[in-house]
Design a protein around this ligand. Structure first.
Ligand SMILES: [Mg+2]
Length: 336
């Protein structure tokens, strides 16, 4: 049997938007790939930084796209943050919720006491994405923190993709808090903090998990921080130019066009002194930069070429020798 990338793992964690679905539609082939992973008895978990939607809503959404999903297959940043808070606060501590009812439910499930009003007993505050929140609620959170309450947040995503364009993410509201109270940083449960992926691995009793994502600043960094391998896919937010800029925290273990790469042979690079080989592609250092021997005509070949280019580029960047690559990346026109 042909070797598959996933053969080295017993569990796969998936980011959702840009990986499993894009807005209202499944990424083409995603339901089939997920069904095949389960047929091979590989554990599958769906991981979301969105703290607004309850796990059951996420599971129902996936089911509506033709992807089998039980509620326990979903791990949210609200769950991860609640678990983190339970580990750091006394049992039954009162927590001021600046977020959705789903977040309050998770806080109650871990044995803390959710409240929607600040009180002298407020031991901590937690902020989670919820577009219904009023400005006054952030003021209440700020007062509580100044009075000594611990400060937690579910995620720091700067933006949220929508059908109309980019929307203001959770990170914007956290930035407003930091502007008001300089030096104040929340303890974070969601990606890129490691709690969410750590808890995913724990939930699925995974010995070796690979995490699949479309963003370098949340998905790949989250995996790196959780000391987990990652597969970066091109079906969502980031692309080749972002990879070319990536420092060590943003470099995935693998790249693939989409999640079907899990079932394909792993893309391996052979690095030699001044060149990198991947599949039939060869990238080499030149006196002024970096060049490709030839440009493959198909997308998988171009991904091989990109992977070879990136490995050389990253070695050079880490050695303090940045190389211009924009012209080389432009030639790989089948890769976003
Ligand atoms: Mg995503």
């Amino acid at each position: 049997m042909t070797e598959q990338l996933v053969d080295s793992y017993d569990a796969v964690g998936f980011d959702l938007d840009g990986v499993v679905y894009r807005g209202p539609y499944a990424v083409p082939g995603a339901p089939q790939v997920l069904a095949e992973l389960r047929r091979q008895a590989i554990k599958v978990g769906f991981v979301t930084n969105n703290a607004q939607r309850p796990p059951q809503t996420v599971a129902d959404h996936l089911e509506s796209l033709g992807i089998a999903c039980r509620v326990e297959d979903v791990v949210t940043s609200a769950q991860a943050t609640a678990r983190l808070m339970a580990d750091q606060l006394p049992a039954q501590a009162e927590v001021l919720i600046v977020g959705s009812p789903a977040l309050a439910d998770e806080i109650a499930l871990v044995g803390l006491r959710p409240a929607f009003q600040r009180s002298p007993q407020t031991a901590a505050i937690v902020i989670g994405y919820d577009p219904e929140q009023r400005w006054a609620n952030f003021n209440e959170a700020a007062y509580a923190v100044q009075a000594g309450a611990r400060y937690f947040a579910c995620n720091n995503d700067q933006t949220r993709p929508t059908e109309f364009g980019v929307a203001v993410g959770m990170g914007g509201m956290l930035a407003a808090m930091t502007r008001a109270l300089p030096g104040l940083e929340p303890t974070m449960g969601g990606k890129p903090a490691r709690a969410l992926l750590d808890q995913t691995a724990l939930r699925f009793d995974a010995q070796r998990m690979v995490f699949v994502g479309d963003r370098l600043d949340t998905d790949v960094e989250g995996a790196v921080r959780a000391e987990m391998d990652s597969l970066f896919v091109f079906s969502g937010s980031h692309g080749k130019a972002d990879l070319a800029q990536a420092g060590p925290l943003w470099r995935p273990t693998w790249i693939g066009a989409d999640l079907a790469a899990l079932l394909a042979p792993p893309r391996r690079v052979r690095l030699e002194s001044d060149q990198a080989l991947c599949g039939a592609a060869r990238a080499r250092l030149t006196p002024s930069g970096l060049a490709l021997e030839s440009v493959p005509a198909d997308r998988e070949g171009q991904l091989d070429a990109l992977w070879a280019v990136l490995q050389l580029l990253w070695v050079e960047a880490d050695a303090g020798r940045p190389r211009p690559v924009a012209a080389v990346l432009d030639r790989l026109d089948l890769v976003p």
